[in-house]
Design a binder for this molecule. Structure first.
Ligand SMILES: Cc1cc2nc3c(=O)[nH]c(=O)nc-3n(C[C@H](O)[C@H](O)[C@H](O)COP(=O)(O)OP(=O)(O)OC[C@H]3O[C@@H](n4cnc5c(N)ncnc54)[C@H](O)[C@@H]3O)c2cc1C
Length: 428
């Protein structure tokens, strides 16, 4: 199943290799030090630098090495919980405001990439959300038109008999189309943010982990592998790669591997039959599969969670391929050219979180849906660090929960995935 040119790097890196940012001497003092150079960190840094603050972004690996150049490039409203669930937890007003942030993040990503001239194939292709069993189709169909006033999402039902217009498969029982959802080339988006950050005067250091943060009388001392930097403000943008640097945050995010393959190039005629409308696709399983055509419509980029414990791309590829061929039997004649993975950050309430603790800012926990939201919340947290009123978000007053006995090892992950896979197999 592996093609001759098989690689274990993200498909996106073929067109957009990892950036080669020239190392500069580390400044001894900055106004803002951002830890993590993905969408969250760069987007925050663009705001602080444009407001005239000396800003340094550090990444432990190459800047952009994390999820931000590895994801599936599906851009939606990003919030998994329903209005009903959020209302029962936080009250109706907070629920409304949280969901509104999701709508804003999608719109912001479209407008920001356009106005800033980021060439990243942002296209409003629409999502087909497929029902993996008849009961889920009924639930999806019943949900249409039930959004509260002000949070209406365009969506329409596609029955199983009409499904070929969206996707050529017998694997699903109909679904919903969300015409406003979009696709993006994730690595090109990251490269665009990096360009804007550098143009704004941000200093960027790859391969420079922050190893310790100490609070001073005013500001912080940040130890790094290349020396110590003092900073008035620190922004944590480490998401699924949050390690020992801030134990408080580490106890609140659960790193979960997400795995992706890309097929070798397919004939145009085949792609036009399998995915005629260029939609991004997801399904109703709790352990979801997500996929789409590549921007040039030559490959299927297919992702999901394939095993209980973390594994490696060589072992995840055959499992993903089996599911892919289950959806599209015709792909059995084509191999896999790329297989990779990355760590998303789940949270205990399935919501992203951002906030501030006395000049220490953070935005993280996108639960696998940060392609649009991370840049958006990065922008907000950057504005917050600047002291702008626009830095407020609906997440500011939402408690960022942890659980007893969770420090760094998500011991409950394998049993949870097993439970959800079992539930997904039931006809409910
Ligand atoms: C395989 C995969 C598929 C996905 N698909 C989708 C999708 O289709 N749609 C969607 O909405 N979302 C998707 N996501 C999620 C999305 O990519 C993320 O939510 C988003 O990129 C998070 O961006 P970030 O900047 O917060 O984190 P990241 O891009 O992960 O960046 C965090 C960075 O912090 C750095 N770091 C960590 N610790 C330190 C330290 N001590 N010092 C310095 N640097 C440090 C890391 O090296 C890393 O580069 C996917 C994720 C993965 C992995």
């Amino acid at each position: 199943m592996f093609s001759e040119d098989y690689k274990e790097t993200p498909y996106w890196w073929d067109a957009t290799p990892q950036p080669d940012v020239k190392a500069q001497p580390l400044p001894r003092h900055v106004d803002v030090l951002v830890v993590g150079g993905g969408y969250t960190g760069l987007s925050a840094a663009i705001q602080t630098a444009r407001a005239g603050m000396d800003t340094l972004v550090l990444d432990a690996e190459n800047v952009g090495w994390g999820c931000s150049t590895r994801n599936g490039g599906q851009v939606s409203i990003s919030i998994k919980s329903s209005y009903h669930e959020l209302s029962s937890r936080y009250g109706a007003e907070a629920a409304f405001n949280i969901l509104q942030e999701g709508h804003r993040s999608l719109k912001w990503t479209e407008e920001f990439t356009k106005t800033e001239g980021i060439d990243c194939n942002f296209d409003i292709v629409g999502r087909y959300h497929a029902a993996h069993n008849p009961a889920q189709f009924k639930k999806l169909a019943a949900s249409v038109g039930k959004d509260p006033k002000g949070l209406e999402q365009d969506a329409y039902v596609v029955s199983k008999s009409e499904q070929d217009n969206e996707i050529l498969t017998n694997a699903y029982h109909g679904g919903l189309v969300y015409p406003k959802h979009a696709s993006i080339d994730p690595a090109k988006y990251h490269a665009g943010l990096l360009r804007l950050a550098l143009e704004a005067g941000v200093a960027v250091q790859s391969h420079c982990p922050a190893t310790n943060i100490t609070r001073e009388k005013s500001g912080f001392l940040v130890e790094t592998s290349n020396g110590v930097v003092s900073a008035k403000k620190v922004i944590l943008a480490t998401n699924g790669y949050s390690g020992s640097l801030s134990p408080w945050h580490r106890r609140r995010v659960i790193p979960i591997g997400s795995y992706v393959i890309a097929t070798e190039a397919l004939p145009k005629e085949l792609m036009d039959r399998l995915l005629p409308k260029d939609r991004i696709i997801s399904d109703t399983r709790k352990v979801v599969y997500y996929y789409r055509p590549s921007p040039d419509r030559t490959r299927v980029v297919f992702g999901g969670r394939v095993s209980l414990a973390e594994t490696n791309p060589k072992l995840s590829a055959p499992k993903l391929y089996k599911t892919l061929v289950g959806v599209f039997p015709e792909l059995e004649s084509y191999g896999v050219s790329h297989s990779w993975m990355g760590f998303v950050a789940y949270t205990f309430d399935e919501l992203m979180h951002c906030g501030e603790d006395d000049d220490l800012y953070y935005a993280m926990g996108y639960c696998g849906s940060g392609a649009g939201m991370a840049g958006y919340l990065g922008m907000r947290i950057g504005l917050k660090a600047v002291g702008a009123a626009d830095g407020q978000t609906a997440f500011d007053n939402v408690p960022f929960e942890t659980r007893p006995f969770y420090k760094e090892n998500p011991w409950f992950l394998a049993p949870s995935v097993l439970y959800y896979k079992f539930r997904d197999a039931l006809p409910i």
